[in-house]
Design a protein around this ligand. Structure first.
Ligand code: CUA
Length: 166
């Protein structure tokens, strides 16, 4: 058998020990993944929101005239933006400070990211999915909104501005 053949090959005992240890570690990882799959199931993350990136201009939510900052009857503020090579649309938004804001981003083409320096806000914008983040700007000021996923030659120039007012 392979086992007796394996034993017949001369391998330094210390090396054999380490082979056994590394196999045990791999086995442990496989066991953890298998048990996790058995008890929690292997599924895509729940509550993912999909959207057809190719027809955003026809969608009820992300058509051009629906983008930007909107306040509903209950006073809840939603900011809708489209990312595309190489800009965010709209290019500039104005939002209030110290107010919860729900950002909803979609991509019209490839993978983009969004990062607002000096805040903890950062997410990927995957084509076909809606990226949503709720946040509050504590202080008024001018904040850039940058693309942080390489998306092509114009990636470095892909940004927008947020004016946070008191
Ligand atoms: Cu969009 Cu980098």
């Amino acid at each position: 058998t392979w086992c007796t053949e394996f034993n017949a090959i001369h391998i330094d005992p210390l090396e054999k020990k380490w082979i056994a240890i590394s196999l045990a570690v791999v086995g442990l990882f496989v066991a953890i993944i298998t048990l996790d799959a058995l008890f929690h199931g292997i599924n895509p993350p729940s509550k993912v929101e999909t959207i057809d990136s190719a027809s955003l201009h026809l969608s009820t939510e992300f058509a051009e005239d629906k983008l930007g900052v909107q306040t509903d009857a209950q006073g809840v503020i939603t900011v809708r933006m489209v990312a595309g090579r190489y800009s965010f649309f709209p290019k500039h938004i104005t939002v209030p400070a110290e107010t919860p804001l729900t950002f909803r981003w979609v991509s019209m083409d490839v993978l983009h990211g969004v990062h607002i320096p000096m805040t903890n806000m950062s997410t990927m914008i995957v084509p076909g999915y809606v990226a949503e983040i709720t946040t509050t700007f504590p202080k008024p000021g001018e904040y850039p909104l940058l693309c942080n996923e390489y998306c092509g030659l114009g990636h470095n120039h892909m940004w927008s501005n947020i004016s946070v007012i008191a």
